[in-house]
Design a protein around this ligand. Sequence first.
Ligand SMILES: Cc1ncc(COP(=O)(O)O)c(C=O)c1O
Length: 493
Amino acid sequence: MTSSGTNRGGPPNSLPTIQAPWPAAWELLLPAAAAPARARGRTLQTALREAVRSGRLAPGTRLPSSRDLAGDLGVSRGLVTEAYEQLTAEGYLRSDRGAGTWVGEAVRAVGPRARDRAPRRAGVLADFVAGTPDLSLFPRSAWSAAHRGVLAELPHQALGYPDPRGLPRLRTALAELLVRRRGVVADPERVIVVSGVAQAMTLLGFVLHARGTPGVGVENPGSPEHGSLFASAGIGAVALPLDGEGLAMAELRASGVRAVVTTPAHQFPTGIAYSARRRAELLDWARSVDGLLIEDDYDGEFRYDRAPVGALQGLDPEHVAYTGSVSKSLAPGLRLGWLLVPASHVEEVVERKRTMDLGNPVLDQALLARFVERGDYDRQLRRCRRAYRERRDVLVAALEEHFPGARVSGIAAGLHVVAALPGRYGPQDRFLARAAAAGVTVRPTAHYGETAVDGVRLVLGYAHLPPARIRDGVRLMADAVRDQGARREPSAP
Ligand SMILES: Cc1ncc(COP(=O)(O)O)c(C=O)c1O
């Protein structure tokens, strides 16, 4: 199946683009390949017309490119082009040469189907939640080719209980990938395949707890998940402040903890990259207390206009446990990630992993190994990076246009930015309430633990939103708060 780009760009009439209801299931919505060859074109047109008339494809829904849809449906591209042209002529679709094809707004759903249809989620037009990738970029055709390849080549023997550390083939592929892309020191023997960063944290939590570690430091502001994952393993989290360079060293030293979670490549959520000095200070601290830095490299692959920041682990693999996953690059639903631990921790972590789940599913591991080995993972990263960079640019430009004076930071990397709006947009609670009433969901930095916030400070995720939705969301938010006393600055002469 091909990857169907259903939600990029905007319809020609500035109607907000809507993600197709079942972006992955075109062959169910439009079953054309099953028809006899001579009737396929007509069947496709009828199914498409019916899907629009019944409202199953809502006005504003962007259709896949003719090539992608043909691939998904298993019909020739010519049939899809013809169907698009015919339905455009009939007014069911609208197209903009080179930009795409959308369901038109002129056709209103009619008939009993429309009455029965489930109500569309009302209210939220744009949710700028942080940390969600665009799931429609999942590389379906490459993944399905890898799946076929793996099933064809995997010996029966390999379907038994796996090594709890992970398949040797995947550990080797990941070691090569992480050395090359993130600058880690990765011996395949030290790579442990996990079901995401979340499991890596839980495993480390259990091991540290068993060793009698009293508490783990976590960044504040930071991901609320870090603290809860360690808590679930019986270890308390100690919130530690940041300064402009990363974790504040004086507070870290004073806290008495000997293990601390850090996101040095792109701090979550402030977006800063730890300074070289702070990275060195952290490593010195870890050596001096015989401690452990737990490096969460959750979105380290996404950098746009700054030099790559290599992993901290590469500088001292005996004092850093390094973890990452495919949650941002492929999809969080795959639940696949990696953990590299110092030699002193390998045995205990692997034993925890064994008792927790006896290892990750073999087929998934073999698939990811093949995907990495054949360069598909690199291709996917390039593709996502291009799309996310464009969305980042659109968001920053929209904020500049609609919120003059906003300071936008953390933009060089990752999938979100932080926007500090001038004081006239406050108070923050009222701002958030008005944005929500206008259908735009945004979260303040306070949601991630930042205190003493002056004015309005927002964490805005953009990767999952098509550019048109980003523009519309920012505009709607600005319109909603304008009568709050916020006035546009007069433009410079
Ligand atoms: C800070 C941080 N770390 C890690 C993750 C990913 O966790 P996982 O790999 O378990 O999906 C996220 C996901 O949003 C995150 O925000």
